[in-house]
Each structure stands twice: as C-alpha cells, then as structure tokens.
Design a protein around this ligand. Structure first.
Ligand SMILES: Cc1cc2nc3c(=O)[nH]c(=O)nc-3n(C[C@H](O)[C@H](O)[C@H](O)COP(=O)(O)OP(=O)(O)OC[C@H]3O[C@@H](n4cnc5c(N)ncnc54)[C@H](O)[C@@H]3O)c2cc1C
Length: 351
C-alpha cells in the first residue's frame, strides 16, 4: 500500500484536470482496499475512489480527504466464467477474453478505465452493456461494514446507471463476475447498425469475435474514443452527456420544438428505451443547437472528432471545462427544451 500527501490527481484522470488530494492511497489487494476504506470511515474522512480516472471531473481545488486508487489485479477465467479484480484494466480484460475465443464483451473494447468501475454506470457501447454479462459483483458495503455479493438483479442496472451510482458513497466494488458465451470463436449477435454496416453484415449476425473487437476499436479511434496521449481529442471522459430519455409528453414537446426550429421534415434520432419511453441522441442535440465538432475558442473545446466529447486541449482548468459544459447545456435547453445531464462523476464541483 502506497501513501502520498498533497498528491496531484490530474495525472490520474484522462482529462488531466483537478487539484491535489490531501492523501492518496494506492491499494493493491482487496484487504488493503477494505482497510483503507474502513480507516477513512472510522476517522470521518471524505473518501474518493479512483479507478482509471476516465469518468471523473475533479475540481481545481482538488479533494480534501483520502483518494483511494484501486490497483488490485486478478483475471480468472474458468470455462465461460470470468472474475476480474476491480483494478484490472478493462481493455486488457476484453482483449484476453476475445483471445480465449469467448463472446459477450468484445464490443466493449476500447473503453478506458478499470473493471471495477464498469458496473458503476453500466458501461456500454456498440450494442453491448456490461449488465448483459455480469452475474455478480463483490463489493464492500460502507454502511454495514461488510463485504457482500450482489446478484445481477440486485445491481439494478439501467442505462448508464446502477445501484452503485444511485448510492455513490456506499459501495466499493472489489470483484466483478461475468458469464461469457462460447460461440466457437464468434461474437455475440451484433446489435449496433454501425458495427454491422462496417462489417458488411446484418444486425443480429455473428462475426469472429476478434473481428468485432477490431472493428469497434477502429470505429472508436475514428471518433477519438480510444485513449491516445498524443491526441487531445482523447483528453476527455468519452461522452460528456447521457442520451436523454423522454416520456410521451416530453417527446411531443421536443418534436414540436424540432419542427419549429428545423422544419417539419426533420426527424430527430429516436429509439425505444423501454416502458414506452424514447431515447434521443445527445450528440444530435448538441450539433443541431450549433455546437459542432471543434467548437470553442479556449483551452477546453468540443472534440474535433465527436460532438459528445468535451476535451482539454492541453492547458485547460476544470473551470474552463465546466464553463464549456454549461454553455452547451444552456444552448441545447434554449434550442430544444431538453436539459442534458453529465455522464462523468463530478468531484467538488457541479455543472
Ligand atoms: C476516451 C473515452 C471513451 C469512453 N467511452 C466510453 C464508452 O464507450 N462507454 C461508457 O460507458 N463509458 C465510456 N467512457 C467512460 C469511462 O471510461 C467508463 O465510465 C469507465 O468505466 C470508468 O472507469 P474508471 O476506472 O476510469 O473510473 P473512474 O473514472 O476512476 O471512476 C468513475 C466513478 O466510479 C467510481 N469507482 C471507480 N472504481 C470504483 C470501484 N472499484 N468501486 C466503487 N466505485 C468506483 C469512482 O469513485 C467514480 O465515481 C469513456 C471514457 C473515455 C476517456
């Protein structure tokens, strides 16, 4: 276990933003993680859990308390059952399951960060979400002070949400268990039209899992969604806003605004989101509100490759980033009456 004081947090985030933590602990075993959490809780010290820092916006003033970096390791594959320690690097784990010829998480290739953070916002991309393959999550519960095993149902997964995100101060994920599929080296049926199109197959078809993974990585790289330290378009948290989910009344109001502003022939993206609700595209809203790729004059700008990613061009502060985010939220609200919600977790700041 390593302990540092007045430790800069910016280098631990993909935005490269945020001030220092009073104390930074790096834990490499589950026992060290639990001991550090208990110690902070006993002392009444605020605690910030950090995995890969790829979904964190930390304020310029930093974090007054204990930042706990989870650096545990463990990749155990037995047949189609996979158990990952929270600190495992997610992209490596995906690559290894594909090398083993297994299907289920191949389209989640290229998502930065740790395995332990994947259940927090139920990470998803290109037609897959971890909620489809997670069987159990082992977590330390800070309320009962016990380690428990939660079933998939108990994780209460939904779009970019879970029980863990609902109670952000309560659980520390230690291990995540998955049930993958042995489909003779083939992928899961492709659900995402863009991936199927790129592969020249139909949605619902299977392709070799390695091909699906490679194609997703190529599509993501073209959008600045694969980390590349040399490319400021990837100094981000990926998508900065979640896709809005609208009920019938909200959808009707939105469609009226679109018609009024852009003309009656313009149809915004609309996908069924369960319970009779409709998901629209945050990227479309941002773009149509006038914030196109590369928007911004300061050190924080919209990515030149993807409208949904806000980026640090190198010398931004968190306040620069938040100013841009607030401008986008206000512009979209004014144009379409929809208030975008940030996807990354904010620490010591809010939009
Ligand atoms: C270029 C880029 C592309 C991205 N693409 C996608 C994408 O396609 N789909 C997607 O869903 N996300 C995407 N993201 C967002 C991000 O990668 C994921 O949310 C990822 O799971 C975050 O993992 P992390 O370890 O970096 O979490 P961190 O940023 O370190 O933490 C995020 C939150 O989870 C908490 N946390 C982390 N680990 C634990 C733990 N073990 N126990 C309890 N709480 C914990 C933290 O306290 C914090 O609240 C992208 C980000 C970037 C930079």
């Amino acid at each position: 276990m390593q302990e540092l004081h007045d430790a800069p947090l910016a280098p631990l985030t993909t935005f490269r933003l945020g001030g220092p933590a009073t104390r930074l602990i790096t834990a490499t075993t589950d026992a060290e993680v639990v001991a550090a959490v208990r110690e902070a809780d006993d002392a009444g010290t605020p605690l910030l859990i950090i995995g890969g820092g790829s979904n964190l916006v930390i304020g310029d003033k930093g974090f007054e308390g204990t930042a706990l970096r989870i650096a545990t390791r463990g990749f155990d594959l037995s047949g189609t059952a996979l158990e990952l320690a929270a600190g495992e690097t997610w992209t490596d784990a995906v690559a290894r399951t594909v090398e083993a010829g297994l299907a289920g998480i191949e389209c989640l290739a290229g998502i930065p960060g740790s395995a332990g953070a994947t259940p927090i916002q139920n990470v998803g991309a290109y037609g897959q979400e971890v909620s489809s393959t997670i069987t159990e999550v082992v977590a330390y519960d800070r309320t009962t002070r016990e380690t428990l095993t939660l079933t998939n149902a108990e994780c209460a997964f939904s779009y970019r949400h879970s029980r863990f995100k609902e109670h952000p101060e309560r659980y520390v994920v230690l291990r995540v268990r998955f049930a993958l599929e042995d489909a003779d080296g083939l992928s899961a049926p492709l659900k995402y039209a863009e991936t199927a199109r790129a592969l020249g197959v139909e949605p619902g078809d299977r392709v070799p899992a390695a091909t699906a993974r490679r194609t997703v990585l190529e599509l993501r790289a073209g959008k600045g969604m694969v980390l590349d330290p040399a490319d400021h378009d990837t100094w981000s948290a990926g998508s900065f806003f979640t896709n809005p989910i609208l009920d019938d009344a909200q959808l009707a109001a939105f469609l009226a605004r679109v018609s009024e502003r852009l003309g009656p022939d313009v149809a915004p993206p609309a996908f069924p989101a369960g319970d009779g609700r409709t998901k629209t595209s945050a990227a479309w809203l941002i773009d149509r509100a006038g914030f196109t790729k590369g928007y911004g004059a300061g050190p924080a700008r919209i990515s030149t490759k993807h409208t949904l990613a806000l980026t640090n061009r190198g010398d931004a502060t968190t306040e620069d980033l938040l100013a841009l985010a607030r401008e986008v939220v206000a512009g979209v609200r004014e144009a379409f009456g929809i208030t975008l919600v940030n996807e990354p977790v904010t620490v010591g700041v809010s939009l």
